[in-house]
Write a protein that binds this ligand. Structure first.
Ligand SMILES: [Zn+2]
Length: 579
């Protein structure tokens, strides 16, 4: 062995350093040893990477579940060896998998198991659906459903209080089975007589704070329970669920999750932000993720009363900042601050145009919200507050301003829905670094009654004000709030860029539309940002997970009237085809 002289030693050391440095630099530039090859290469399509560093892409290579290379078709040859699969996508459109920015994972699954009234066109149709379910149910079993909306019925019910039907028809078809049917907004429910009996509701039951029991002229409950009054019925229903054997409840939960996940993959959704689960459920998700039984990338917000959450956060299992396999995170707290616009529950600065005696409902006292804010700061968690009316939005922004140590804040606190904002408050989202998590499809679904509720001026200047928020520099996280709306991103994208209800020519204040590019951002990288997932997914960038959707046509360039015909061809999660 040749002896190293004192003179050559520093030279060798220098050379070794140079080699390491050169290797490191070349890796940064995308060069790796030749024995590395792509698992598959997508080519012959159009690519929207949502990464400004990669704008002119003709081929994309995936290796070990991650996006490896992006470039020209002719460059792609160098990325392949004999084992590489060349995937000719025949002119299709490749983009990052959709990131559902606010929806309800378990409820989505349950909505696929239970009755769904999103497409019901009359109260009678709903009663008939319940009657059919009752035929198959043993006495005492609760019948569940959701998605009814009195504003969407072609024929109004015969007897009404407000616009709501009375329970008698429903009670007649289900005398021995309690029935619980959630409103499409999730902010009201309908119960039949059997459910009200189990819950102990009588004419004497008072309205709880922040809730209303709808009553007839004689003071009897008609079956509709709004906002906080819902818990009178849901607690009886939960008691029923609690007495079911653990194995049955666990099996139902798993079934709901599988259904929800499949529904997402079918629609090109690879990441899901779940807007509220209990600490127990979060731990079950954590367990699933750890065992590798959760394919979708899931971000959850903890929801519960402040004391229960404080207790849960004292244990070491929560929050989960990012699971080891990077597909589960639980690092947010969800709070509700008001109700929905449809049921006059949104908390407004000025009274409703069609209900001058009301400004809506503040459903969580501001002091509780402060407790959540404190808890979020102490545990380095994100705070996500449901606020729909302009008063609720203003109060939440005031509170965020008071609590957030820096402005704009890097903590990415969110306002869920942010549907109606006073023009003075619009710039505050960007100034504070607060994310409006908005659902484009709510705009077109609600369009029939927004002007009624708010009047022309307030609707024009502050309802679903995407354009104004974007122009002021806010980053919007888009989503569907499924199962409040269908989980399908395509109608939601269409709503974002047209503000036209499906099948209608007229747009709801079209000046507030998003551009196609902005709508895609809000549904990919910006929604990922709202979940602290933007470094691992949300764009087609080298090194990120290969969470990809391939669509039948280019959402950025196809004709507006053809957007709704877009089909999902393939969905990939971590480079694995799941649809
Ligand atoms: Zn929601």
């Amino acid at each position: 062995m040749k002896k190293i002289t004192p003179i050559t030693r520093p030279i060798l050391f220098q050379a070794a350093c140079c080699f390491v440095l050169a290797f490191w630099t070349s890796c940064q530039n995308g060069y790796e040893p030749k024995d590395m090859a792509a698992d598959f290469i997508l080519y012959n399509g159009s690519f929207a990477t949502m990464d400004s560093a990669y704008t002119d892409v003709e081929a994309l290579a995936v290796r070990d579940g991650r996006i490896w290379k992006l470039g020209k078709r002719e460059e792609a040859q160098a990325w392949a060896d004999d084992s590489t699969r060349w995937w000719d996508i025949q002119g299709a459109f490749v983009m990052p998998g959709f990131v559902e920015g606010h929806a309800h994972f378990e409820s989505l699954g349950k909505s696929l198991m239970n009755l769904n009234f999103l497409h019901a066109r009359s109260w009678n149709e709903i009663v008939q659906q319940v009657a059919q379910a009752v035929e198959k149910a043993p006495p005492g079993r609760w019948i569940q459903g959701r998605g009814w909306h009195q504003e969407k019925w072609d024929t109004p019910p015969k007897e009404t209080v407000g616009d709501y039907p009375l329970h008698h028809g429903l009670s007649a078809v289900s005398p021995n089975n309690p029935v619980i049917l959630f409103h499409a907004s999730g902010h009201a429910l309908f119960a039949n007589e059997a459910a009200m009996r189990v819950a102990g509701i009588s004419a004497e039951t008072p309205d709880p704070p922040g809730g209303v029991i709808l009553r007839d002229a004689a003071g009897q409950a008609i079956g509709v329970f709004e906002e906080n009054a819902m818990s009178l019925i849901t607690s009886a229903w939960e008691d029923y669920l609690d007495q079911l054997p653990d194995t049955e409840r666990e099996a139902q939960w798993r079934k709901a999750l599988d259904l929800a996940q499949n529904e997402c993959f079918k629609h090109g959704i690879t990441t899901f932000i779940d807007a509220g689960c209990s600490p127990e459920e979060a731990l079950r998700y954590r367990h699933l993720a750890k065992a590798g039984d959760l394919q979708i990338r899931l971000y959850t917000m903890l929801y519960g009363d402040p004391t229960a959450l404080e207790l849960a956060l004292q244990k070491e299992d929560l929050p989960v900042r990012l699971s080891a396999n990077e597909n589960f995170s639980c690092r947010a707290i969800k709070a509700y601050f008001d109700g929905a616009l449809g049921s006059h529950g949104a908390w407004l600065l000025e009274p409703y145009s069609d209900l001058p005696e009301s400004t809506g409902q503040n459903t969580t006292p501001i002091d509780s919200l402060k407790r959540f804010a404190k808890m979020a700061l102490e545990n380095e968690m994100q705070l996500c507050v449901h606020a729909i009316g302009d008063r609720a939005n203003r109060e939440v922004l005031n509170l965020f301003e008071q609590f957030l140590p820096e402005k704009p804040s890097p903590l990415r606190w969110r306002v869920e829905h942010a549907q109606h904002i006073h023009p003075d408050d619009i710039p505050r989202f960007a100034e504070l670094g607060v994310i409006p998590a908005m659902q484009s499809i709510h705009c077109t679904s609600d369009a029939p009654f927004v002007i009624e509720r708010l009047g022309e001026e307030r609707a024009r200047t502050g309802a679903y004000a995407w354009r104004s928020l974007l122009d002021h520099g806010a980053r919007i996280a888009n989503g569907t709030d499924a199962p409040v709306e269908e989980i399908d991103p395509i109608p939601n994208f269409y709503a974002a860029v047209t503000r036209k209800p499906v099948g209608q020519a007229g747009a709801f204040f079209p000046e507030q539309r998003m551009s196609r590019e902005e709508a895609l951002r809000s549904y990919t990288i910006d929604a990922a940002y709202a979940a602290f997932f933007d470094h691992i997914t949300g764009s087609l960038s080298p090194g990120k997970w290969a969470d990809i959707v391939v669509l039948s046509q280019n959402l950025l360039t196809c004709l507006e009237e053809e957007i709704l015909q877009t089909k999902v061809l393939y969905t990939f999660v971590r480079g694995e085809r799941v649809q």
